[in-house]
Every structure is written in C-alpha cells, then in structure tokens.
Write a protein that binds this ligand. Sequence first.
Ligand code: ADP
Ligand code: MG
Length: 269
Amino acid sequence: MAQIYLNGICKRFKVYERPEGRWGLLKGAFMRSVREVCALDDIGFEIDAGEIVGYIGPNGAGKSTTVKIMSGILTPDCGECVIDGRVPWRDRVAHVSRLGVVFGQRSQLWWDVPVADSFLLLKDIYNIPAAQYRERCRELAEALDITGLLKTPARQLSLGQRMRCELAAALLHRPRLLFLDEPTIGLDAVSKLALRRFLKEENRRTGVTVLLTTHDMDDIEALCTRVMVIGKGKLLYDGQMQALRETYATRDGEDIDEIIAAMYRKMDI
Ligand SMILES: Nc1ncnc2c1ncn2[C@@H]1O[C@H](COP(=O)(O)OP(=O)(O)O)[C@@H](O)[C@H]1O
Ligand SMILES: [Mg+2]
C-alpha cells in the first residue's frame, strides 16, 4: 500500500448565519439559520514515500481541510484515510511522531520566547534524545540559515525568518512526512527561493514525503513533478505537471498561472 491512502473522503461543515440588517443581531439571538458547506466531496488519492506532491486550488477549495484530516486534527464524515498503516484521527500520538506540519498562516513557535526555547519544548514533546536533538538542531540551523536567529523571540522575526524557523521546528523530530499548507504565502522572492532549495535538498537527502499546498505556481514548478488540483471539494486532476500543461495550455510558452486559470474556467470552479 502507498504511504498515504485516501478514499471517498467527505467533510461538511455547519455554518450558522444570523439574519442581516439592523435588527440582525437581536433576531439572531432567537433564530439562526444553519447552512451546510461541503468542503470535501469524495476525495481519494495515494502518495508514495519520498514523493513531493503539489496540492493546488482556489481559496475555499478544501486544501486545508484535507491537510487537517491527514494530520488527525479533523475527522471526516465518511471515507478512509490510512497513513503509514494508521488512521490519523484514531492514532494521533503515534501519527504525529512521524509527521511535521507547517500552516503558513499560523505559528507553532511560542510567540514571546526565543526560538531556541520553542525548539527545546518540542524536543520534550517529541521525546528526542539529547544528542540526536543537538545534531539535528545544528544541521537544520545551518541548512536554513537560522543560527543567528535562535535567541530572538518569534514575534520579532520577519515573516521569511519566521517561516524558516517554523520549518526547522516541524522537522526537528525527523518526521517521515511533511505537510506544508501555504508555506510561502506573503514571502519575498529571496525567502521563497531559500525555502524551495531547502525543501528539495531535504527531500533528496532524507526521503521525507512532502505534500505542498500553495497558490504559487513557481513553488509547484520548482518542486513538484506531480500535482493534484482541487476545486469546490472535488479532485479535478491528479497527474504530472507536464501533462496538465499539455492538456490545458492554449499556446506555446503559456504561463502556468494562465493554464491553471483556464482549467478552472473550463471546469467551472
Ligand atoms: N471550521 C469550519 N467551519 C465552517 N466552514 C469551514 C470550516 N473550515 C473550512 N470551512 C469551509 O470549507 C471550505 C473549504 O475550506 P478550506 O479547506 O479552508 O479551503 P482552502 O484551504 O482550499 O482555502 C470553505 O468553504 C470554508 O469556508
Ligand atoms: Mg487553506
């Protein structure tokens, strides 16, 4: 079986809405309407160990919901998800010991303490032996060029600096799987390039499996040969980047953003 296996995954959310208008707040105290949002509709795919797969789609398509289910944070309404022989939400502790996750819009570093202290807390959380921790810390600090930042509290770092520290934090326990949910969002060009270079090298050296959610098609082109495209909760494409280009490009040398936009239009998402 593949390292990551998803089949028929569905997830709906209930959204409570207050009536609009001047008296909405008051009326809302007595009557709220409930609407259901279908975030994921029959999602299935397999990913082999060592792959780097791009997961793309417009805002609200269901990317983060998929990542949360695969991380064991959310339980789907139906469907199967087996990763390394485990069901993430049933066997969370064992699952996260093999998993690193970075959410671009959220931080796993403690805001007011030096980055090094956050790392030490993670060392205890993951039970990393001292010698192994020292070695890994040194290795990651060097590769991500964060040695000089370790004494700084996370809130004082620039976004690019913080994201490099977030990546190191996610990889301290040498996970076999790395889920990145929009890690390059808001980063400048230099930081993006550094991040891509690091991910490529880390994948080559350690064989870590990477699922990368992004809006940045340059991230995808730099890192992934395989892409999955999701729209309105449905998986629309799963295959080689090159084949996607050949299927949807309307002219030679067309920009990949235009190709993806054309694909969305064609599929009405
Ligand atoms: N906790 C939640 N409660 C209600 N609706 C949610 C929740 N999380 C996500 N959604 C909805 O599910 C859909 C998919 O969201 P998400 O997975 O975050 O998309 P993406 O990451 O692709 O932008 C969206 O319509 C979003 O509004
Ligand atoms: Mg998202």
